[in-house]
Ligand binder design. Structure first.
Ligand code: ADQ
Length: 488
């Protein structure tokens, strides 16, 4: 963390993301309640901003009460120890429908995740996406106090912002991080505005992805679409006289500091919540309620495991915590219904009086509760059909200072590259996932310890500060080089 601070000394930092790191809501009693959203991006970037200060520009989406939040256009956060400014950009319902729900989440999200949901591209959504990107770029330009701020652009909501900012602030250092996968160039080419998106991203000084594989796909996409000069050796792309470094920076979490609650108390509390005894085995799942996370496959694997190992009936449950997300989209509502139905069927088939094999809590939980659940579980199931990185697996590992508990991790999550000592599964094979779940629940303590020790040393070292510091060190090098070249 200190490395991060020294890299940034004197530089102006501006973050742009769709999601706001804090949501201000008015309660029935008229108080302002502050919540943290369920978001991998916020989990990763917020600790970096706490360490660096600066300004974070976001869409005031969660802060629903306009009367309340109009007074909170710009607020100092975090509430308990303010260290940076949160500036909100307000979008109309129409803008939000076109830019966020439409182009970003019905178009780009399924386009970039191979989860077999067909992307929807509407010209009107694209128009809103472009216009909203321009509004955010303008917000960056008007927030900038210097000619060469360091601008951190987050995610697929803002593919056009880097080019738009570059036009107004040619000397800015723009670091763009794409938090989701990048598909192969052929898949990407179905997007009617493919060239505009790639051109927008190449306004960046640095363009980061989670894995070398995503970088390779992006570079191949550029090669197919634009007349650019690609230097594989240096991982750079020069286009229109401007150079972009395309590199992988695996994102992570802040390693927890301080004492954790006793494991025994956590185990007891979760077992009481689902009405079972102390020796009951539990696997935990924590996700946004999203079709890419492999929730249907997870519950199906639980059913197959119980079918193959009837001795586990009455002794094992999956506790699935799923935060509602993008619920106004049809695809998400249908998915929610399918999941509810499957959970009901599996519970009807294997349940007994006082016993349910699957508990689905479809609500947001605070970080402290999630940590207690991770500590209470015998296994954690991450079965994403495709995931840029996945932070839940890293949170589970970080919570297990008792070196117990087994992680099942999809090979299609970026995290699988870094964490080979998890039980790596293919979520599309329900049978293999079921077998891996049984292996996890019957694994010896010694093997659990060895695996968890190895996972913990990786996540502790590759923490979110390293993620940010790596990018910022690369940015600092580029800034130096540009200053030297400007003098020649
Ligand atoms: P997400 O798709 O949101 O992130 P993930 O990385 O797993 O996925 O992060 C989810 C975050 O939300 C975690 O911090 C988790 O604890 C929290 N969360 C999930 N369910 C919750 C619940 N019910 N209540 C409260 N909190 C909950 C995107 C990409 C990922 C990438 C991240 C960061 O899709 O692949 O890892 O960005 O780059």
């Amino acid at each position: 963390r200190s490395l991060l601070k020294s890299d940034l000394r004197g530089d102006e930092i501006i973050v742009v993301s769709n999601r706001e790191p804090y949501i201000h809501e008015r309660t029935a009693e008229g108080q302002i309640k502050i919540n943290r959203p369920a978001s991998g991006l916020v989990t990763a970037v917020e600790p970096v901003m706490r360490a660096c200060s600066g300004i974070w520009i976001a869409h005031g989406s969660g802060s629903a009460d306009r009367d309340t939040v109009d007074k909170l256009d710009q607020v100092a956060v975090p509430p308990e120890d303010p260290s940076y400014q949160l500036k909100r950009v307000w979008l109309s319902e129409e803008e939000e429908a076109g830019y966020y729900f439409g182009f970003a989440n019905e178009g780009l999200w399924p386009l970039c995740h191979i989860a077999h949901v067909r992307p929807v591209f509407r010209a009107s959504d694209w128009e809103h996406y472009r216009a909203v990107n321009q509004r955010f770029a303008d917000a960056v330009v008007s927030a900038a106090r210097t000619e060469d701020p360091v601008v951190l652009v987050q995610d697929y909501h803002f593919a056009l912002v880097p080019r738009m900012v570059r036009e107004k602030l040619p000397r800015a250092t723009i670091i763009t991080f794409w938090h989701i996968p990048w598909p192969n160039s052929e898949s990407f080419s179905i997007c009617p505005w493919r060239s505009e998106i790639v051109d927008g991203l190449l306004g960046s000084t640095i363009l980061g992805f989670h894995t070398p594989y995503h970088c390779k796909h992006f570079t191949e996409t550029v090669d197919h679409l634009l007349e650019a000069n690609i230097e594989q050796e240096h991982s750079t792309i020069t286009y229109g006289g401007h150079q972009t470094l395309v590199k992988n920076y695996p994102i992570s979490i802040a390693w927890p500091e301080g004492a954790m609650p006793p494991v025994e108390a956590c185990r007891q509390e979760l077992r009481e919540r689902i009405g079972v005894g102390a020796s009951h085995l539990i696997a935990i799942g924590v996700d946004r309620f999203d079709y890419t996370k492999g929730l249907i496959e997870r519950v199906s694997a639980v059913a197959v495991m119980l079918e193959r190992h009837p001795d586990m009936i009455g002794r094992f449950s999956l506790v699935q915590v799923a935060a509602p997300t993008r619920s106004s989209l049809e695809e998400y509502r249908t998915f929610h219904e399918r999941m509810d139905k499957l959970v009901q069927d599996v519970n009807a088939r294997f349940g007994q009086p006082g016993y349910q094999p699957v508990h689905l809590f479809a609500t947001h939980h605070d970080a402290v509760t999630l940590q207690r659940y991770y500590r209470a579980a015998d296994a954690c199931m991450v079965t994403s059909l495709h995931d840029g990185m996945n932070l839940v697996c890293k949170e589970f590992i970080a919570a297990r200072d008792d070196e117990r508990g087994v992680l099942l991790l999809s090979r299609f999550a970026g995290a699988a590259d870094e964490l080979p000592d998890a039980l790596i599964i293919n979520p599309y094979s329900i049978e293999d996932t079921a077998d891996a779940l049984h292996e996890a629940l019957t694994m010896s303590e010694a093997e659990q310890r060895d695996r968890m020790r190895s996972l913990r040393s990786t996540v502790q070292h590759n923490n979110v500060y390293l993620w940010a510091a790596d990018m910022l060190v690369d940015a600092a090098r580029t800034r130096l080089r540009e200053r030297i070249e400007a003098r020649i």
